[in-house]
Design a protein around this ligand. Structure first.
Ligand SMILES: [Ca+2]
Ligand SMILES: [Ca+2]
Ligand SMILES: [Zn+2]
Length: 427
């Protein structure tokens, strides 16, 4: 389902682009609005997800339960979609980005020491880690990085090319199953030669075919050439959105009561707008949440928070409340990622999380597909060169008598929009 940009969404994007001399850090809210416009039923689903998350937090992260959690490791696949060598960034930078994610989510970042004392005690070790995927969706070994040369005709900018990077048919790269991997696309979203946006993410609960994070290539990993957003924190911020976090100021800027908009987190102080990427200490709101009222303090804006728009050097922390919210989404809407085999070893893959089985394999006439939970709704068979031989809604038993001998891939599109790919031999 390709989104055609309407005139109004183009104006929104254009306004966003021209309103600030600097590129906006993040396009997540605009991307979210486009998803809602194209799928009005999504709002209801997201509201019901919010209720599940709140219930989970209530039952699991209250009082004494709010201690150490079980470490979760999230398999990541980077899809580098490039038009020239500069954009085709090195493996070492992507490995460094994983390290930065782990340092920030485990509160091991060296700049934590600059956090103001008032926020010291609520800074959280989120107990979430990230690994470069070692097993691909077909069950084969991988380095967790795909590289795709985009045609010069492809557009990835926020005006015309929104989400094109997530579709092979539009010059980008299709996601790996979003219920098993965190997909991070790296590309050039610049517009008229200017950086249009640093990155954007999709909140939990949206379309699995666009689920993930997109980062402008110069802001991935550690990039010595740019001085303000060069420490890999853009990805830390966007992955925060992917785990359900909102901007710390609640996106109420421009309303008549911007201090009343919330990020649904109690211990992050209210703020009237983003810090606009500077690191200036301010206190924009005097009305505060129950957490701060209970200790009788009006805190300053938390410019140290990864979900603000501060420069990378200013950012040092997530809060305990943000941790609760991320764990809430991980244990409800994103629960399948917790048991993903994406960083496991290939031999356990089929038994553990890829319940699709093919029998017999090799075969010479019929092949039977069985699945223990998520049923496929469509099957495609292609050969090693990518040539499509068969596409069918008949999903239980396939007659492959007409195929020449050789190795084939079965790609099963599942009911939830993800897909599984498996290999079989026709003899
Ligand atoms: Ca808050
Ligand atoms: Ca305040
Ligand atoms: Zn953001």
């Amino acid at each position: 389902m390709r989104l055609k940009p309407t005139l109004s969404t183009m104006f929104v994007a254009l306004a966003c682009f021209t309103a600030s001399a600097q590129a906006p850090k993040c396009h997540t809210d605009e991307a979210h609005q486009q998803l809602l416009n194209s799928n009005p039923a999504l709002m209801q689903q997201l509201q019901s997800n919010e209720i599940s998350v709140r219930e989970w937090i209530q039952n699991n992260r209250n009082g004494q339960q709010r201690g150490a959690s079980t470490l979760v490791t999230i398999p990541v696949v980077f899809h580098v979609v490039y038009k020239n060598n500069t954009q085709n960034i090195a493996d070492s930078n992507l490995v460094r980005q994983i390290d930065i994610l782990n340092e920030c989510y485990r509160l091991q970042n060296t700049n934590f020491s600059q956090t103001r004392a008032i926020f010291d005690t609520i800074a959280a070790d989120v107990e979430v880690e990230f690994c470069l995927a070692s097993v691909d969706p077909s069950g084969n070994p991988t380095n967790g990085i795909t590289r795709t040369q985009a045609p010069t005709s492809a557009f990835f900018d926020p005006l015309l090319g929104f989400d094109n990077v997530k579709r092979s048919a539009n010059g980008g790269k299709d996601p790996w199953p979003a219920d098993q991997y965190l997909n991070i696309w790296i590309c050039d979203m610049s517009l008229f030669g200017l950086t249009a946006v640093l990155g954007y993410a999709q909140f939990p609960g949206g379309d699995p075919l666009t689920d993930g994070v997109v980062i402008q290539y110069q802001f991935t990993g550690f990039m010595p050439n740019n001085t303000t957003n060069n420490k890999g924190k853009t990805t830390v911020h966007e992955v925060g959105h992917w785990l359900g976090l909102r901007h710390i100021w609640g996106d109420g800027q421009g309303s008549s009561t911007p201090c009343d908009s919330s990020d649904y987190v109690d211990d992050t102080p209210n703020a009237d707008t983003a810090s606009q990427q500077t690191c200036v200490i301010k206190n924009s709101c005097t009305n505060e949440s129950a957490y701060w009222n209970s200790i009788g303090v009006d805190p300053p804006d938390m410019i140290e928070n990864y979900m603000d728009y501060s420069y990378d050097d200013c950012m040092t922390m997530f809060t305990e409340g943000q941790k609760d919210r991320m764990l809430g989404f991980l244990n409800t809407v994103r629960t399948s990622i917790i048991t993903s085999p994406g960083c496991g070893n290939t031999s356990t893959l089929e038994l553990a999380e890829y319940p699709l089985t093919l029998y017999p394999n090799p075969t010479h006439d019929k092949i039977q597909i069985t699945s223990t939970n998520l049923n496929p709704k469509q099957i495609e068979i292609s050969d090693l060169s990518g040539k499509l031989w068969m596409q069918t809604d008949e999903i239980n038993t396939l007659d492959v008598t007409s195929l020449p001998q050789g190795v084939y891939f079965i790609k099963a599109l599942m009911q939830n929009g993800s897909f599984r790919t498996m290999r079989f031999i026709k003899n």
